[in-house]
Write a protein that binds this ligand. Structure first.
Ligand code: MN
Ligand code: MN
Length: 319
């Protein structure tokens, strides 16, 4: 190969499939060096960003999450994702669609913009891996996925329940959207589970809670078994709030809480969920301005890859 063709696979790759080494520190940082495209023909899975963060209750900055995760992914895109025995990019046609556009000056219009973005992708028959943005974005994403798949089992990694009540109406708030999702039937709480919680909420709306202490005491294998039991073979939406990780492992986030999971624990649990009927996923709340040495962005990129492997394992790989 000509040395001139070694960089910028986001522009130059001629197949949507495969993994090819590229200079880790250079070039256009699409997610995992996938092609930047809006052409959905022949695409299995779309990675896109939703750089929205005005629903945060504490520190804003997750609007830079998609950019941070993409940049960190360049450092791990040169090889097959460890420790999986297959390369998901050999089996799935994946593009980086860029970011959802919305008008930050009219916040009440943003949920609709995100839902329309998701519908366009889902209606073309593609699955989505979405990079946040604060956690509110999961609400319009769930609406779009519910329209396609019906009530979903939710696997929710977080320090927070995000089921705090909003009796007054439709707050654009990253702590209330799963209260609405449960009440509107977008998710089925009886098939749903929240992992890593360590904040107080007296009413969990019927979700099963495996809090951070349970993860530390019971171990990853037992937690993964409990999750699998809860969701069964039901269509699953997986949402990962990076603040599920302890601030030692994910300082770059808006509402950090001590006592959380290590990156290793999160990867162990996710890796043990192989076989679940995953239909959609997001990774949210990475806020690079509070990060150190890209710890959080790299964790975000790595966890997103683990989710992508889980999706491939269920839908494309016959092993
Ligand atoms: Mn959250
Ligand atoms: Mn959280």
């Amino acid at each position: 190969m000509d040395i001139a063709d070694l960089n910028d696979q986001a522009l130059t790759r001629d197949s949507l499939y495969g993994t090819q080494a590229e200079t880790t520190y250079a070039g256009i940082t699409s997610f995992m060096r996938r092609r930047y495209s809006r052409d959905l023909r022949g695409v299995d899975l779309v990675v896109s960003g939703v750089p929205f963060d005005t629903a945060t209750t504490n520190r804003p900055g997750a609007r830079f999450g998609p950019r941070g995760i993409r940049a960190a992914s360049a450092g791990i895109a040169w090889e097959r994702h460890w420790p999986w025995a297959f390369d998901p990019f050999e089996h799935l046609a994946v593009i980086d669609y860029g970011d959802c556009a919305f008008d930050h000056g009219t916040p009440q219009s943003v949920p609709e913009s995100i839902e329309t973005h998701a519908r366009r992708i889902l209606d073309a028959g593609c699955a989505m891996l979405t990079l946040g943005g604060d956690h509110f974005i999961s609400y319009p994403l769930l609406k779009a996925h519910h329209r396609r798949h019906g009530p979903l089992a939710l696997i929710h990694f977080d320090a927070h329940s995000d089921t705090w009540p909003d009796e007054e109406g439709q707050r654009i708030d990253h702590g209330t959207m799963f209260w609405h999702a449960a009440r509107e039937g977008l998710v089925d709480p009886a098939r749903s589970v929240q992992i890593g919680l360590r904040t107080t909420n007296d009413d969990h709306q019927g979700f099963q809670v495996l809090d951070a202490r349970q993860v530390h005491r019971l171990g990853c294998e037992a937690i993964a078994a409990a999750i699998r039991e809860r969701v069964g073979d039901h269509p699953v939406y997986l949402t990962f709030d990076i603040d599920c990780l302890d601030p030692a492992f994910a300082p770059g986030t808006g509402t950090p809480v001590c006592g959380g999971l290590s990156t290793t624990q999160a990867l162990e649990i996710l890796g043990s969920l192989r076989g679940i009927n995953l239909v959609g996923m997001d990774l949210v709340e990475v806020a690079p301005a509070y990060d150190h040495a890209e710890i959080t962005s790299l964790a975000g990129a790595t966890l997103a890859m683990e989710m992508l492997c889980l999706y491939a394992a269920r839908h494309k790989v016959d092993v």
